[in-house]
Design a protein around this ligand. Structure first.
Ligand SMILES: *Cc1c(COP(=O)(O)O)cnc(C)c1O
Length: 323
């Protein structure tokens, strides 16, 4: 494989940075403070943050001669859906190893996975490490039959994938040079790592979603990889991470997130999702309440996508209904 592969162009760039004055006031900031970086509008496959990562990971897959992409995730994984879309766009086969079984409802992301023609392999109640092992096993089996398959990491979060968010950070600096806070949901960590790599630790506030057990460790390993240095223990204490928005677990819709979804929808006409971006806004609200983000500070909320996940969520019907 060549040392450094040029990324593909799979999405529409740059994504808009839009003001959100009504939402800004509702959360306790001044009207001009809050802006939304619309990485839900990345184009391919319904959009979302995984498109920027796939531009790098798919470039590597093609350079390796792959004709099949394999990745793993939750049944409602946005990354699985966008991998399926990228594969379709590039003429590659896609195999998705997903947590759950055949009885998983074919809604939201899962319905789109099938629409994009991906093959689903059900992994049962596996955690992401088990699923990754299963994905690698499938790749080995294919290799025996002469098929070159590339295994893309859980959430697209390899060092290579995280480079997509270093790109986003540079794009954002051109749009908002006076940026003071950037709030981002943290799943597998590559998005935050890429942003911190360019913007530094003080500007980026990550909001843990419960997708992984050790978000700090994940982000730190990717940051070290991006900086091309060996891991240095203890250094990650500088990373700003809100660990209080997980509630009863990753896939659970918390009352604060339900409120955040309603607030964004009713002040700006913007739809957030129950797993990631809803938590990011709830985390921003908490940071304002604690005085960590203050009126007068230019603040950007990264809208990382996830709309299909809202349609695939069991509580979707109750999100808008009162009380
Ligand atoms: C995957 C995802 C995230 C988190 O990104 P990571 O790089 O995995 O931390 C945030 N928002 C949405 C909508 C996602 O699908």
């Amino acid at each position: 494989m060549p040392d450094r592969v040029e990324p593909l162009v799979l999405g529409s760039w740059p994504t808009p940075l839009e003001p959100a004055p009504r939402l800004s006031v509702k959360i306790g900031l001044l009207p001009a403070d809050l802006w939304i970086k619309r990485d839900d509008l990345t184009g391919l496959g319904g959009g979302g943050n995984k498109v920027r990562k796939l531009q790098y990971t798919c470039a590597v897959a093609l350079a390796n001669g792959a004709t099949t992409l394999i990745t793993c995730g939750a049944a409602q994984s946005n990354n699985a859906r966008l991998t399926a879309a990228a594969g379709a766009h590039l003429g590659l086969e896609v195999i998705l190893v997903l947590a759950g079984g055949h009885d998983s409802p074919t809604t939201g992301n899962l319905a789109l996975d099938e629409l994009f023609g991906a093959t689903i392999v059900w992994a049962g109640d596996a955690d992401d490490i088990d699923m990754d092992a299963r994905a690698k096993e499938i790749a080995r089996e294919l290799r025996h039959r002469g098929v070159v398959a590339e295994v893309l990491p859980y959430g697209g979060s390899s060092v290579e994938g995280a480079r997509g968010y270093a790109d986003c950070a540079r794009e954002l600096l051109a749009q908002a040079p006076d940026l003071e806070h950037l709030v981002v949901a943290v799943g597998s960590g590559g998005t935050m790592a890429g942003l911190v790599h360019v913007l530094g630790t003080t500007k980026v506030l990550g909001v843990h979603t419960g997708a992984v057990a050790d978000p700090l460790g994940r982000v730190q390993v990717l940051l070290d990889g991006l900086a091309d240095r060996k891991a240095r223990s203890g250094e990650h204490t500088q990373i700003r991470l809100d660990l209080d928005q997980v509630g009863d677990g990753y896939s659970h819709l918390t009352p604060r997130v339900r409120e955040a979804l309603r607030l964004a929808a009713r002040t700006e006409g913007i739809v957030l999702d129950p797993i990631y971006t809803g938590r990011a806004l709830a985390g921003l609200q908490a940071a304002v309440a604690e005085g960590e983000v203050r009126p007068g500070q230019r603040t950007v909320l990264l809208h990382s996508g996830g709309l299909p996940g809202l349609f695939g969520h069991p509580d979707f019907g109750s999100v808008a209904r009162s009380p």
